[in-house]
Design a protein around this ligand. Structure first.
Ligand SMILES: Cc1cc2nc3c(=O)[nH]c(=O)nc-3n(C[C@H](O)[C@H](O)[C@H](O)COP(=O)(O)OP(=O)(O)OC[C@H]3O[C@@H](n4cnc5c(N)ncnc54)[C@H](O)[C@@H]3O)c2cc1C
Length: 551
């Protein structure tokens, strides 16, 4: 991993400056790649052929597959070796998540187990709790689930009605949890309840606990191979030793874990996006209409060029964040648990940003892949139809994208109130790129980045003292923040590698951002008090062609 681990950065730093270097996938070593290849082989050879059986309701099969995954180390990628895991860097862990994402029903079962089902133990568990549960979770002997959502408490998770009261060394939990992934076969539920109706608290609840009832499977739009059920708790006794963190600390347990979960969803979305893009690309070359492969039609190949561009920028941003998380995590200061907590808490803004950016990219790429398949895309005979259904949920869970847009803005405002520097000085209007050049000169991209920093900086500055953020500003502001982070990451990566495809994709993405910039400037003008400068769009055709030729 070389020097990548030596970098230090802080959440929100992207608002101030472009880094010299970031972690990029080009820096993966042979071992990382071998691990990723082994994971991909497992997915293609062991998991994907079983999808029809998984989808027909053989839930025990999913459990068996998770156990098989454990034998490859895939159930403990983030868990330290002392608890039987691999303790891999966050960068490698993201690469592996890209591969486990190839089959979405498996991916969600695996991700809930390894992420929100296990990580709370690393973040908040006592040594005894970690020693008791983590080795079993890592070997697949126990399967984890995460029970936060309730009928009346979805996005507003802290409005939970599940209650707990303590008698001696036992808590008794009563309430309903819904949409619980893995519930059909999970052994351990990270569950949240309010002690005495007030103190929101996390508990480790074993499946065998009296009064715990798992109800029928939900009939879902997609992810038909995964288990999702309602869980009812009726005076369920939970030993006080199974309280996770302190009474009243449940919000931290829930939210810190979800931050990491959002980063993982980002990795899964990039992995699945590549798969969907590949299906569209292959089909476009196989399918002939009007005597030619449809890939030769501009209206088809431009979709593929744009999809590959989106994947490139999202991948660049994802691994930048992975590198930053790992850089913080690998500092020698503090014990591993406080480092986990610090990592999970401190990059909340970037985790929310990545979740929104990558899941919206994923739906775009899959929708285009389906469109390229024509009517066959609407047929269950072709895998893209299933991907279309399966991917949709990514914009809903681990915080809907609306909630994550709010989180992004609120978290940056929180950091700002603690001294995060913003770019408030007015930048010059982005120069108009020379239309004859196929790739954007770096100075042009830098000018757009400066304009985005100024716009987002001034907007956040204006909101700094607001009691409540008017939601009308959240969409343009979060879009501009996402564009800034993605463009900045793609820019640094393309500059580091000099790769011709990356240069071309950067230029195409840059022009799309430039075109949107004027809209964001207009929508945020009430905050900035500035009239948007007039922007001349650059022709897109040569930029698309450059990407397609460089693929
Ligand atoms: C397949 C699947 C698996 C899941 N797995 C799990 C699991 O394992 N564990 C678990 O605990 N949960 C799980 N969930 C639940 C999921 O996290 C919730 O569905 C999600 O948090 C949204 O809550 P909700 O469905 O109640 O929607 P609501 O909160 O009712 O939201 C409805 C709409 O209103 C919007 N909205 C809500 N509040 C605001 C606001 N303040 N500002 C702007 N817009 C707002 C939302 O963005 C959304 O568009 C799962 C869900 C699904 C579909």
């Amino acid at each position: 991993m070389g020097n990548a681990m030596e970098r230090r950065t802080q959440s929100g730093a992207f608002l101030e400056r472009t880094p010299e270097t970031i972690f990029t996938p080009e820096q993966f070593g042979a071992e990382d790649r071998l691990m990723a290849e082994a994971t991909e082989r497992f997915m293609r050879e062991q998991v994907m052929p079983l999808v029809p059986r998984l989808e027909s309701g053989e839930k025990s099969l999913m459990r068996a597959l998770l156990e098989q995954a454990a034998s490859l180390g895939l159930m403990g990628v983030d868990v330290p070796p002392e608890y039987g895991g691999l303790g891999l860097p966050k960068t490698t862990s993201a690469l592996i998540t890209e591969k486990t994402a190839l089959q979405p029903s498996f991916a969600v079962s695996h991700a809930v187990h390894t992420s929100v089902g296990s990580l709370p133990l690393l973040l908040f568990g006592t040594r005894e709790q970690a020693e008791k549960y983590l080795p079993r979770l890592t070997t697949g002997e126990s399967i984890g689930a995460y029970a936060l959502t309730e009928p009346e408490a979805g996005s507003d998770a802290l409005a939970a009605r599940t209650r707990a009261h303590r008698e001696g060394d036992t808590y008794y939990l009563t309430g309903n949890k819904i949409w619980i992934t893995n519930a059909g076969f999970a052994d351990l539920f990270v569950t949240f309840a309010k002690v005495d109706g007030a103190r929101f608290t996390a508990f480790l609840v074993e499946r065998s606990s009296p009064g715990l009832l798992v109800e029928r499977e939900e009939h879902k739009l997609g992810l038909h191979g995964s288990s999702t059920c309602r869980v009812v708790l009726e005076q369920t006794p939970v030993p006080a030793a199974n309280r996770l963190g302190d009474e009243g600390q449940g919000a931290y347990v829930a939210l810190y874990t979800l931050n990491i979960g959002r980063f993982k969803i980002g990795a899964a979305a990039v992995g699945l996006g590549k798969e969907a893009w590949g299906l569209g690309f292959e089909y476009a070359h196989e399918r002939k209409q009007f005597g030619r492969p449809i890939a030769e039609f501009d209206l088809v190949w431009r979709k593929l060029a744009w999809g590959r561009t989106l994947l490139f920028v999202c991948e660049s941003a994802l691994y930048r964040l992975a590198g930053d998380l790992e850089a913080v995590f690998s500092t020698p200061e503090g014990d591993p648990q406080s480092r986990w907590r610090y990592v999970a808490a401190s990059f909340a803004a970037e985790c929310a940003l990545i979740k929104v950016a990558t899941t919206e990219m994923l739906d775009w790429v899959i929708d285009d892949a389906l469109q390229i398949h024509g009517g066959y895309g609407f047929s269950e005979e072709y895998p893209v139809a299933r991907l279309y259904r399966d991917a949709r949920v990514n914009r809903l869970y681990e915080g809907t994208n609306e909630i994550n847009r709010l989180n992004l803005v609120e978290r940056l405002l929180y950091l700002r109130r603690r001294g995060l520097p913003l770019t408030l000085s007015r930048s010059s209007a982005p120069p108009h790129p020379n239309g004859e050049r196929e790739v954007a000169p770096h100075s042009v991209v830098e000018a757009t980045l400066a304009a985005l920093r100024h716009l987002t900086g001034k907007s956040l500055f204006a909101l700094e003292t607001a009691q409540e953020i008017p939601q009308a500003f959240v969409e343009p502001l979060s879009d501009a923040l996402i564009a800034l982070y993605l463009l900045d990451s793609a820019f640094v990566r393309a500059r580091m590698t000099g790769d011709p495809f990356q240069q071309a994709a950067l230029a195409l993405y840059h022009e799309h951002v430039r075109r949107h910039l004027a809209g964001w400037q207009t929508d945020l003008a009430p905050l900035t008090g500035e009239t948007p400068p007039r922007l001349m769009p650059q022709p897109l055709a040569p930029l698309y062609e450059a990407v397609w030729c460089a693929l």
